[in-house]
Design a binder for this molecule. Structure first.
Ligand code: ATP
Length: 510
């Protein structure tokens, strides 16, 4: 993980007077058409950029690079601070990996930023006032990609959430709000259920929010939050959330705004950032010269701000809005009431270029104030916690006889040993021993919780109690006894108290 605890030197200084060298790749399908259009617009608007082009996508996959990018292209990517990426087509089958996921992970692009705005009446949406930004954590959560099949019946996916990971994305959201003149940051989690993982995200959000008294902060449980997003998206400004929820709600917001074809997205890391349109490679219209370049243009404007050229971004955005208002639309935006001229990609781009320096008259003009600076995030230094082993959850693959939890429980009571006792058994999180309900459906996957015998109540004299420690040797000996009895353990999770607090969840019914 690349934690920027000190200010690391940038790959390239972000000096607006000097051209910033960026990496570009057209990608597949309509990629070349919309990239050419975007670059000609940036040049006309006076962007101080130099380009280094790499090849990515279908052809590269088919040449045998399973991630769609060649080793030489990585070198180019790593030496430039920004990457403007066209859409790509991942070939079906054949074990091809998503290029986006590979780049995000390899380059430490921790923040996915997706502004989402309605452009009514020129683009249909029920929510004309909608104008929000989703800031999605990009590296952790269920996307760590750690999955296992553990028994015949059960598979698992690990949800990993780290304090620095939460802090970095939450700080990014608040810094973004300041930089872009936004007033509120809404956090969305499911911490009523996932008290430790989502709970950490929410806790860090509350801590960081205190450092930004000028920005309003609030929290919603993700299900209610998503429902409100679909029903009243105007009430949101910046939303920060974990990886999976962010993936889902950024698609909801783009659909609700009606602007999937116009949206851009940024993936931000400490030293490198990647910018792209949110639409795909649209192979059905590739080569016809009719693609709408607005998504990539929006992405390019995010990039310009990121590399310290917000004024140019503002010029481009306002010219784009004015073009929409003037009824010059590519075919995908055609509507009888507002389209005056159905433009090709080139004609549309030319129309935007002609409007550089103008502002929209009805749509809200883009204003990127002096605060719209490149955002750098520092997280707090590592503080080691005091950690005490107080027990172990042993997961068993067990399907003997009628799968009676009492039979398993009694066997484990005998095996538990001197300093450990069996506290409970759960099946898919629900307590089934002791005193389970016969109605609970049991799979072949059992979580057996062992804790130290004197049942952990050691008064500290201040009303608090601590659990007596367990040694690692005792855990290993327990596993050995289980193996001797032919019980098939599939994994263990140690139970800790961290800084004196229980650092694991209770079983349902425990
Ligand atoms: P992917 O899996 O890559 O997202 P997809 O086919 O699901 O591919 P898109 O490639 O975004 O999604 O295409 C969806 C539809 O929108 C297609 O009919 C396509 O022609 C159209 N489309 C997408 N992008 C544009 C664009 N920039 N201009 C015009 N039409 C577009």
């Amino acid at each position: 993980m690349h934690l920027n605890t000190s200010l690391e030197p940038k790959v390239q200084p972000l000096t607006p007077e000097l051209p910033t060298r960026i990496t570009i790749a057209s990608g597949d399908g309509i990629g070349r058409e919309i990239m050419d259009a975007t670059l000609s617009l940036l040049d006309a608007a006076g962007a101080q950029l130099e380009y280094e082009e790499i090849e990515i996508g279908k052809e590269v996959y088919l040449k045998g690079n399973s991630s769609g990018i060649s080793p030489e292209a990585w070198e180019v990517l790593r030496r430039n601070s920004a990457f403007l990426k066209g859409p790509i087509t991942t070939p079906q089958g054949g074990g091809y990996k998503s290029l986006n996921v590979t780049i995000r992970k390899a380059m430490g692009l921790y923040a996915n930023v997706r502004p989402c705005q309605a452009y009514t009446p020129y683009v249909d949406s029920n929510f004309p006032e909608m104008d929000l930004v989703v800031v999605r954590e990009n590296e952790e959560d269920l996307y760590a990609g750690i999955e296992h099949q553990q028994t015949t019946e059960v598979v698992q996916c690990l949800k990993l959430v780290s304090r620095p990971g939460c802090e970095r994305i939450v700080r990014y959201a608040f810094e973004y709000a300041r930089a872009y003149g936004r007033h509120k940051v809404t956090c969305m989690t499911k911490d009523n259920i996932m008290k430790h993982t989502d709970g950490l995200f929410h806790k860090v959000f509350d801590e960081v929010a205190q450092e930004y008294p000028d920005i309003q902060s609030e929290h919603y449980i993700i299900d209610i939050g998503a429902a409100l997003l679909a029903a009243r998206p105007e009430q949101f400004d910046v939303i920060v959330t974990l990886n999976l929820y962010g993936d889902i709600i950024s698609d909801i917001t783009a659909q609700v705004a009606g602007s999937v074809g116009l949206g851009g997205s940024a993936n931000i890391g400490d030293t490198i950032a990647m910018f792209e349109a949110i639409h795909g490679s649209a192979p059905d219209i590739a080569g016809k010269g009719i693609a709408n370049p607005s998504g990539l243009i929006h992405a390019a404007c995010m990039m310009l701000t990121h590399v310290g050229q917000p004024r140019v971004a503002e010029r481009v955005l306002n010219a784009l809005l004015r073009t929409l208002e003037d009824g010059i639309h590519t075919a995908d935006l055609y509507n009888e009431a507002y389209t005056r001229f159905r433009a090709s990609t080139q004609e549309f781009t030319q129309a935007v270029i002609e409007r550089l320096g103008q502002e929209p008259r009805k749509l809200k003009p883009a204003v990127l104030g002096d605060n719209a600076q490149p955002i750098e995030i520092k997280v707090k230094p590592y503080l080691a916690a005091s950690k005490q082993l107080v027990g172990v959850d042993v997961f068993l693959d067990w399907s003997a006889g009628q799968r009676d939890p009492n039979e398993l429980g009694q066997a484990l009571e005998r095996i538990a040993g001197k300093n450990l006792k069996l506290k409970m058994i759960t099946n898919r999180g629900v307590k089934v021993y002791p005193n389970g309900f016969p109605e609970t459906f049991c799979t072949d996957h059992w979580r057996c919780r062992f804790v130290s015998v004197d049942s952990r109540v050691k008064p500290l004299g201040n009303g608090m109690a601590i659990t007596a420690p367990v040694s690692y040797d005792e855990v290993v000996a327990l596993l050995q006894r289980l193996a001797n009895e032919g019980l098939n353990f599939i994994k263990t999770e140690n139970l800790y108290e961290i800084n004196g607090e229980r650092a694991y969840s209770l079983g349902q019914g425990e």
